[in-house]
Design a protein around this ligand. Structure first.
Ligand code: AKB
Length: 315
């Protein structure tokens, strides 16, 4: 990777991935873009910034040519719960941006990273130890776009030789930019409530177990996959990756070890619960570990220490 374009740089992943890429590959080599400017001070002051609406192919193409881009991180998506409220928007944004990226990557010989998600699975997928290759019949529009995206990305690789790579991210927990409209967002919001001394109202029931990952591991994961030796990749779109799995009750109890006065109550969000119930309890990510050395560092306990320390100094 020499010249990199990040689409969706203002988002939960983009805001941190852009800074990490700049640290590794040099500030001027990483272009941060989003549909709305200005970006944060950190992003705007550390390197090039461009305004791009990723559903407009010509806007991406212009920037790809201007900076001689060889790698695109396409982080444009509407998360599961928001997409479910506006399915057409979810489809148009997710698939529109992806198709544009695939075509532009084909024409300009770029490598392309596009996250998939645990949302690419559905009710008839094996829930425990979900295999890399298994039934994918999601019942959400978010999941439908993710499966379609995986298939299209593999198609562009086999048909046109475009270097497409992807992972099925679990819920991502971070302390820089809040996610928005996801089903797993509760696992971020709970830390903010704990540090602010507020009662947390959990939208999922106490037994809902889901895969999760701390943002530093998610960033390493995306970069490591894009740097991986292509001849070792048996799979491409997309690899199961996970770092931990827990229920709301388990994360609550972990936080209580540090803040014993913290209180959580359950206030179910029916739509989010339905979505979460259709996702795996935990995935088998052995292919990612074997094919490109995926190895996350943070478990629930280490992540909780780091999240609480960081948020205490931030809030
Ligand atoms: C969501 O909850 O929609 C996302 C995801 C797991 O893809 N965080």
């Amino acid at each position: 990777m020499k010249n990199i374009l990040v689409l969706g740089a203002a988002g939960q992943i983009g805001s941190e991935l852009t800074m990490k890429l700049r640290e590794i590959y040099g500030n001027s080599s990483v272009v941060a873009s989003d549909i709305k400017l200005p970006l944060s001070e950190a992003l705007s002051q550390s390197g090039p910034v461009e305004k791009i609406d990723a559903t407009k192919a010509e806007e991406i193409a212009l920037v790809v040519k201007k900076y001689n881009i060889d790698t695109i991180f396409n982080l444009v998506a509407i998360l599961s719960a928001t997409a479910e409220k506006n399915p057409l928007l979810g489809w148009n944004i997710g698939m529109g941006a992806l198709l544009n990226c695939l075509e532009i990557a084909k024409e300009n010989h770029c490598a392309l990273f596009t996250p998939s998600s645990i949302g690419a699975f559905g009710l008839n997928t094996p829930m425990n130890g979900t295999p890399q290759d298994t039934i994918q019949r999601p019942n959400t529009i978010y999941g439908v776009t993710k499966v379609s995206g995986e298939l299209l990305s593999d198609y562009y690789f086999t048909r046109f030789g475009v270097d497409t790579r992807s992972v099925r991210f679990p819920g991502l927990i971070s302390n820089v930019t809040l996610p928005g409209g996801g089903t797993t967002d509760y696992a971020v919001e709970i830390y903010y409530a704990a540090v602010k001394g507020e009662t947390f109202y959990c939208p999922l029931n106490k037994n809902t177990q889901l895969d999760m990952m701390y943002m530093p591991d998610a960033l390493d994961c995306a970069i490591k996959l894009m740097e991986a030796d292509s001849s070792k990749l048996v799979h491409r779109n997309s690899f199961n990756v996970t770092a931990m799995h827990f229920t709301p009750e388990e994360i609550y109890n972990e936080i209580k070890k540090h803040i014993p006065s913290f209180k959580m109550e359950y206030r179910l969000d029916e739509m989010r619960q339905k979505i979460a119930d259709s996702w795996p309890n935990y995935m088998d990510d052995s292919c990612a570990r074997k094919e490109w050395g995926f190895s996350p560092k943070f478990d629930l306990s280490l992540m909780t220490i780091d999240m609480l320390e960081t948020l205490k100094s931030k809030i």
